[in-house]
Design a binder for this molecule. Structure first.
Ligand SMILES: Cc1ncc(COP(=O)(O)O)c(C=O)c1O
Length: 405
């Protein structure tokens, strides 16, 4: 399949076996990556955050593509997410962001995943397991394969060790010759609170300073760091949402900031109606009679719903748009599990393609504006996109990969 088919919309529906699919534009991903790389120091390495199925985009295919573009470090949330990447033969370094607990150790070691550590008891247990693995096989090779990241909590109070505990943790690693990949912290108000973020940054830098002579590598910044220039000259930068070309939420400031950098959404959601009908005035549409036709209306049904990740809360508050010319048609009636209905501007052939999600920042059906409507974060909308939705990865006008259940 790879690269053999032109990414023609009409043929894609036949290929995926459904009248709807997510279109993931790998050329846009590549461009976003280059823009973000240029904003970091040349010595700063990138950690691509591909947790949550690469924010809904498809973690295996996104990681494969990024690896082919020279990305060598990835981050996931759980050991299972990391194992999935290893099973798909992702070779790079994979850090698991979730606070490491003892039950994770077998899978971490088996799949060569790097834990994010906050506690001495985990460190002791992990080190025992790694050491016994070293004794049973080729010692130094095995040792090189197992690294850990220490995380310091500088104010988010979620993961990471308390600042006063960091010296004993790092000391334990140094004394036991454990391979510390890096030390990190995470900003919780990086987009909108420069004073607090600077305080976190300074706390982190002064705590780690005495150990830098041991060659410790550091990282603090996620996408907000890139947007506001914190930590872009340290050893690593971890970005997720900006890589996918989205602002973190629907606020005007963040959207303008992201758009002004030349970033663009990687994802759009396309569909063809599964049924189009002419209805007379006074007909109710969908569950619970939330919509009644005002006159003779053309109603299109799309075979997708909240089981695919289209929120019920968007009922009556969103549009779908014609792929060809952007004409917007309101979503009317209540969103069902497997169907939505939209009032078209008139009869249309059933082969007409619509954008359920448009790949811009301003259309009412862009991820950004949907997040504004729902007062949520953009990544919640994209991570909700279900596994049952086919994903079509397009590169240079050709289909690079397709995933479907
Ligand atoms: C520790 C850590 N680093 C980096 C990221 C990536 O954040 P963003 O998507 O804002 O770039 C996350 C995401 O939640 C995170 O938890």
């Amino acid at each position: 399949m790879e690269g053999r088919f032109k990414a023609m919309d009409a043929q894609i529906y036949t290929l995926v076996g459904r009248r709807t699919y997510l279109r993931i534009d790998l050329n846009v991903l590549d461009k976003n990556l280059s823009i973000l790389r240029r904003q970091c120091s040349p010595q700063t390495d990138i950690i691509a955050v591909v947790k949550g199925n690469a924010y809904g985009h498809g973690s295996v295919e996104i990681s494969r593509y990024l690896e082919s573009r020279g990305v060598r470090h990835f981050a996931v949330a759980t050991p299972e997410e990391g194992a999935r990447l290893r099973q798909a033969e992702i070779k790079g370094h994979i850090q698991v962001f979730g606070n490491a607990v003892e039950e994770d150790i077998p899978i971490l070691v088996k799949y060569r995943l790097t834990p994010t550590v906050a506690e001495l008891n985990f460190l002791q247990e992990w080190s025992r397991t790694v050491t016994s693995a070293m004794n049973t096989r080729n010692g130094s090779q095995v040792r090189k394969r197992h690294q850990l990241v220490l995380k310091i909590d500088t104010g988010m109070s979620r993961n990471g060790c308390q600042t006063q505990d960091f010296p004993s943790l790092i000391q334990y690693c140094l004394e036991n010759d454990l391979d510390v990949h890096s030390v990190m912290t995470h900003f919780n108000q990086g987009w909108d609170n420069p004073d607090f973020t600077k305080h976190q940054f300074n706390t982190f830098m002064s705590l780690t300073e005495p150990y830098r002579k041991h060659g410790l590598k550091l990282h603090v910044a996620s996408s907000s760091g890139i947007a506001h220039g914190y930590g872009t000259d340290l050893d690593f930068i971890r970005f997720g949402i900006l890589l996918y070309g989205l602002p973190p939420d629907g606020s005007v400031e963040n959207t303008e900031l992201v758009e002004s950098q030349g970033l663009r959404p990687v994802l759009s959601w396309r569909a063809r109606p599964t049924l189009i009908k002419q209805l007379p005035q006074g007909r109710v549409v969908g569950y619970d009679n939330t919509y009644m036709t005002h006159g003779k209306e053309t109603i299109a049904t799309f075979g997708l719903g909240f089981a695919d990740g289209f929120s019920v809360l968007l009922s009556g508050k969103c549009v779908v748009s014609l792929e060809k010319d952007g004409v917007q048609c309101p979503v009317v009636g209540k969103v069902s599990m497997d169907a939505i209905t939209s009032r078209l501007d008139g009869p249309r052939p059933s082969s007409t393609t619509f954008n359920i999600i448009a790949d811009d920042f301003t259309s009412p059906n862009s991820v950004t504006q949907m997040a504004a409507t729902l007062r949520t974060v953009t990544s919640q909308l994209t991570t909700n996109l279900a596994a049952r939705l086919p994903r079509v990865f397009v590169s240079d006008g050709l289909i690079a990969a397709v995933t479907k259940l």
